[in-house]
Write a protein that binds this ligand. Structure first.
Ligand code: KMH
Ligand code: ZN
Length: 309
């Protein structure tokens, strides 16, 4: 059987700010519209965050999520994956609330406490649409992205065991893979694991082919046939690293959460445009994309009829 590639599209995230791209979806209507467009373009999984509709600031408010989740569900069959990483300066408790309310088929789970430097972007812009944006980016110099063992245990228990949600295990460095292996040893996570290799975040592993090969080699050793991997390269590394990941047997993540551009110096006009671009690469490699139903089977998800939105 031909191997199918799961395209995840991360639609808005909490890394970029409104000044950086007029195409970054902010309001629930924009998030729903772009998520649906990404699904129509071929994304089987939609990784979702919410933003304050007034000023674009990342928000953990489940009420805001509930303004777009039902629309997405009504219009597409795509798997909804809700972030538990949230954004600065949310607490872990706040970050969990939307997923606990919506009980999605998938949620992200970040596999270690780390630095997460967004401040280099400060020097790239002279004017900001909102005052919060430069302060937000600057705060990343001293922000700890907290994902302790206890935090991970809480998420696995409350969301995993409590809601039947399965996880996109976001691993930003090799040590995070060993942490995931520790939870596998303890029987707190169950195969097939869906591991997102995150490369190019300031504070995590660098975005280059050697590091991707190292992540894969390590995960192969730790998880054998018990896992599937996907590749997320930050910024300009998104397309090349996703392409390498697909050629190496993995799945891919694109979307404006992690990269605002389509070509050098050209902003992506939509999430769908980035999905379309990676599809061209996959076509060129002779790889087929997974439908949402195929992704559900590959990842052992509970099904779209068992969510709470
Ligand atoms: N933007 C990614 C590098 C999460 O939502 O849990 C981080 C992320 C975290 O996706
Ligand atoms: Zn995210």
């Amino acid at each position: 059987m031909t191997r199918k590639v799961i395209i995840t599209c991360a639609v808005t995230g909490s890394v970029h700010t409104p000044t950086m791209s007029e195409y970054l979806p902010i309001t629930p209507e924009q998030i729903a519209e772009q998520a649906i467009g990404a699904a129509e373009a071929g994304a089987a999984v939609l990784h979702l965050h919410a933003r304050n509709p007034e000023d674009g600031r990342p928000t953990p408010d489940p009420g805001v999520f509930m303004r777009f989740l039902p629309r997405i569900r009504a219009a597409t069959d795509a798997v909804v994956n809700i972030s538990t990483g949230g954004g600065m300066p949310m607490t872990v408790h706040e970050r969990m609330q939307a997923a606990l309310r919506a009980q999605p088929e998938m949620a992200s789970l970040n596999m270690g406490t780390m630095n997460f430097g967004l401040y280099p972007a400060l020097s790239r812009y002279d004017h900001w649409r909102y005052d919060w944006e430069p302060a937000f980016l600057d705060a990343s110099r001293d922000f700890v992205f907290k994902n302790t063992f206890a935090d991970i245990e809480t998420l696995l228990a409350e969301l995993g065991d409590g809601c039947g949600t399965r996880f996109e295990f976001e691993c930003y460095d090799v040590g995070h893979l060993f942490t995931l292996a520790h939870f596998l040893d303890r029987g707190l996570v169950r195969p097939p694991l869906f591991v997102q290799f995150v490369l190019g975040i300031l504070g995590g592993i660098g975005a280059d082919p050697d590091q991707l090969a190292h992540m894969k080699r390590t995960a192969d050793r730790l998880f054998g046939d018990d896992y599937r991997f996907s590749v997320l390269g930050a910024g300009r590394h998104q397309l090349p690293l996703a392409s390498m990941g697909a050629a190496m047997g993995g799945n891919v993540r694109v979307g404006l959460e992690d990269n605002l551009f389509l070509d050098r110096g050209v902003l992506a006009p939509s999430n769908a445009a980035q999905v379309g671009r990676i599809r061209q690469v996959l076509d060129g490699l002779g790889l087929e994309i997974a439908t949402p139903a195929e992704a559900r089977e590959m990842l052992a998800l509970k099904g779209a009829d068992r969510v709470a939105f």
